[in-house]
Design a protein. Structure first.
Length: 111
């Protein structure tokens, strides 16, 4: 699901960061990390209008960040845990590389 390439079937880390860079989407993801919620719960928790919330949920679904589950006349949304896990691994590797670079005092010469 997370790649560093540009495969159209997968999202890059940059794609996911852009999707999550929108404050309401990030808030939705943070709420869904705690429990599966329906649209009514998310409207109450975020104060967003239903149309705006539905659009953000569509973006999150299409990005593979959340899954939806019909339950009677309601739809529940759940965060896919592998997404934050993959992002955490990406940022952990980035932090390790930066720490190694700092420790080795690596600098590219200016030309």
């Amino acid at each position: 699901m997370l790649t560093s390439g540009t495969d159209k079937a997968t999202l890059t880390q940059g794609d996911l960061i852009r999707v999550l860079g929108e404050p309401l989407r990030l808030r939705i993801v943070m709420l869904l990390a705690q429990a599966a919620l329906c649209t009514n719960h998310l409207i109450k928790e975020t104060g967003a209008r239903q149309t705006a919330l539905s659009n953000h949920l569509r973006v999150l679904r299409e990005a593979g960040i959340v899954e939806s589950e019909p339950h009677g006349r309601f739809t529940y949304y759940r965060l896919r845990p592998e997404v934050p896990e993959a992002l955490a691994e990406f940022f952990a590797e980035l932090a390790r590389t930066a720490a190694e670079s700092l420790a080795a005092d690596r600098k590219r010469p200016c030309e």
